[in-house]
Design a protein around this ligand. Structure first.
Ligand code: CU
Length: 68
């Protein structure tokens, strides 16, 4: 398992953070996601043999936010 912290811009409230979290957890290989709109971060625990950072970023962007 690996843990990475991504910086996410565009999250304005807890609902945004929830949407980002759900988008990450929907990916095969993501086991945990802690998302904070206050800190603009997404801390993701994932299995690197099943999913990679490009897919994490793509899921966040598809949810309508950007990764910086
Ligand atoms: Cu919001």
């Amino acid at each position: 398992m690996e843990t990475t912290t991504l910086y996410v811009s565009g999250m304005a409230c807890g609902g945004c953070a929830h949407a980002v979290r759900q988008a990450l957890l929907a990916l095969d290989g993501v086991v945990e996601a802690k998302v904070s709109h206050v800190e603009a971060t997404a801390e993701v625990r994932y299995d690197p043999s099943r999913v990679g950072i490009p897919q994490l970023k793509a899921a966040i962007e598809q949810a309508g936010y950007s990764v910086t």
